[in-house]
Design a protein around this ligand. Structure first.
Ligand code: EPU
Length: 337
């Protein structure tokens, strides 16, 4: 167990706060042992650190999830599929590359998302027309209270847009140690519905894309507008896109006819928070080292030495301005500590 450890290398915002104690765990037994030794309320679980904003020192024992490994648990699932179990501490994009190399289909649209496999179910990560739930079979997790290992099926997880049971009823109750994915072995379902993917492939003259072509297109699109956390600290989208009802949307559109939108379900409409923030004048703005990315206003960035408090103040300033201008509340999707 290390004492007073800087968490700067462990969060993609690059915020320099200290952990009271720090321990990497590499097996389920390690996880259970640490839980036995430390009162539950004194344990802070850290995965890839890609979806959090740290605004103060963590006066707890940080359990750094470093479980590694891949295992095909069923090579012939549903004829054309296989089940691949991946340890929670594996890096998400390394997992995608592993799949592309072996021609396992289903996750290519989720290329280059920062973070770890074990945290992907918590907010049901998604991008370019695919969400984790589309390839999820089950996950294994350890109860923080009892140390018992439990399996969660797709139904158990209650996935929604950037949402799951692990953010609600079971918040802070389980540590996900592995995720099992169902992936296709051939005749992959290529998903190029998302306009930018279609355009990128078309520009390259690709008419029958492979999963690698799709992955490469997604990587190119992401690199063109999302900052690389290794170069510019960030946590991806800072806010969720607000979902509103038809009446609210009609009123909004009458004032702002150019508002982009996506219908979801029968009476709900999703409005891109990035557009609202840009329209509110924040795109590319900078307050000290806390800023709004110049190519995608949904992403807050750390230009160097911003504190978590400074980034949080900026987030609140944006939230208030958007509320004043549009009457819409945008809610952070990152976890703020
Ligand atoms: N837009 C603007 N200005 C901006 C940013 C966006 O006007 O500064 C407009 C765009 O022109 C477009 C619309 O907003 O009409 C949507 O933009 P984009 O396609 O970039 O997607 P998004 O809704 O901003 C979501 C996810 C991203 C994911 C992309 C692609 C959320 C909160 N974010 O962003 O996820 O990569 O779709 O599928 O749902 C993340 O979660 O960290 C993340 C990056």
């Amino acid at each position: 167990m290390r004492q007073k450890v800087s968490l700067q290398p462990y969060n993609t915002f690059g915020i320099d706060v200290n952990a009271f104690q720090f321990q990497s765990v590499t097996s389920i037994e390690d996880v259970q042992e640490l839980l036995r030794e430390t009162p539950e309320e004194n344990v802070f679980v850290l995965g890839g650190g890609s979806n959090m904003l740290l605004t103060k020192d963590i006066e707890k024992t940080v359990m750094h999830i470093a479980l590694k490994g891949y295992e095909v648990v069923d090579a012939n699932f549903e004829e054309n599929e296989l089940l691949l179990k991946v340890a929670g501490g594996e890096n998400w994009h390394d997992f995608i590359l592993y799949c592309i190399e072996r021609n396992y289909g289903g996750v290519e649209n989720l290329s280059l998302i920062p973070g770890n496999v074990g945290t992907s179910p918590i907010q049901n990560i998604g991008a370019y027309g695919v969400e984790l739930k589309d390839v999820f079979y089950s996950c294994q997790a350890v109860s923080r209270r009892t140390g018992e290992l439990k399996v969660f099926t797709l139904e158990d997880c209650g996935f929604g847009y950037r949402d799951s049971v692990f953010k609600n009823e079971l918040k802070d109750q389980f540590i996900i140690t592995s995720v099992t994915f169902r992936l296709t072995k051939k005749d992959h379902k290529i998903n190029t519905d998302y306009g930018a993917i279609y355009d990128t492939l078309k520009a390259k003259g690709i008419t029958e894309p492979t999963i690698k072509d799709v992955s490469d297109a997604v990587i190119a699109i992401r690199q063109s507008k999302l900052p690389d956390p290794k170069k510019l600290g960030n946590s991806g989208s800072f806010f969720k896109n607000p979902t509103i009802n038809q009446a609210t949307f009609t009123a909004l559109r009458s004032k702002f006819p150019d508002v982009p939108y996506y219908p979801v379900g029968s009476d709900s409409i999703k409005v891109p928070a990035g557009w609202l923030i840009e329209k509110a004048g924040f795109k590319g703005r900078r307050y000290g080292d806390a800023g709004v990315h110049d190519k995608q206003a949904l992403v807050l960035v750390n230009h160097g030495n911003a504190s978590g408090q400074e980034i949080w103040s900026l987030a609140l300033r944006i939230q208030n301005k958007v509320q004043d201008l549009f009457g819409l509340k945008i809610i952070p999707e990152v976890n703020v500590f």
